[in-house]
Design a protein around this ligand. Structure first.
Ligand code: GRF
Length: 213
């Protein structure tokens, strides 16, 4: 039986697109959920016949109420994996615990450096020579949690935050689908608080020195 995936987005949804277009074996993308019904990624998913849901957080009296409504939408699909692909809402502890071990996030920095926003500018301000992206299991602490995969890019002289962001986004699109595929295949799993990766899940492409599982 196929493993079910629900993907949460807030905007453009390019990581969601990378995952959908990867056609991951044995995976069914059940739904794309956004806290903004007008999100670019929602239009993209609808045009491809995927089930979509827009749940506007501003219509809920509290973060808790929004998360409860979100749980109802997600649980309808009984997903094996919940994927946060640019979902720009801070999630409550009960929400995070409900999907513990089966919810992953991508963050545009080499965690544990630079959790939160403005990661590219922070890396530039501190003179980092490399930057990157991290895929991790979600825990109640924002942008923490067991690390599944990281990818590194150089910081080039004269880079703006935008330049660096574009370079990192391109590599996000490589590692995120691979991480999802590894979990679906059972090659990546959470063992207590550490991520176990069966070797076959490690990438073998030309960039493999820069991508680590
Ligand atoms: C990505 O950089 C992701 O790492 C961060 O938000 C951005 C979302 O981009 N969490 P997109 O919507 O996937 O294009």
């Amino acid at each position: 039986m196929k493993k079910k995936i629900v993907i949460l987005i807030s905007g453009r949804g390019s990581n969601m697109q990378a995952i959908v277009e990867a056609n991951i074996p044995n995976a069914e993308i059940c739904a794309i959920v956004s806290n903004d019904a007008q999100a670019e990624g929602i239009a993209w998913a609808k045009a491809r016949g995927l089930a979509t849901h827009g749940l506007d957080h501003k219509e809920f009296p509290s973060r808790e109420a929004f998360d409860q409504a979100l749980i109802k939408v997600i649980d309808f699909y009984r997903p094996d994996l919940v994927v946060l692909a640019g979902f720009m809402r801070i999630l409550t502890t009960p929400f995070c615990l409900r999907y513990e071990g089966r919810m992953i996030n991508i963050h545009p920095s080499l965690l544990p450096s630079f959790p939160g926003l403005y990661t590219h500018q922070k890396a530039l301000d501190l003179g980092c020579k490399v930057a990157g992206a991290t895929v991790h299991f979600v825990t109640p602490q924002l942008d923490h949690g067991p690390i599944i995969a990281q990818a590194v890019v150089p910081v080039l002289s004269g880079d703006t935050a935008d330049d660096l962001g574009k370079r990192i986004l391109a590599i996000e699109h490589q590692i995120f689908p691979k991480a999802v595929a590894g979990i679906i295949a059972g090659n990546i799993r959470l063992d207590d608080k550490r991520v176990c990766v069966i070797n076959d899940a490690a990438p073998t492409d030309a960039n493999s020195q820069l991508i680590s599982f």
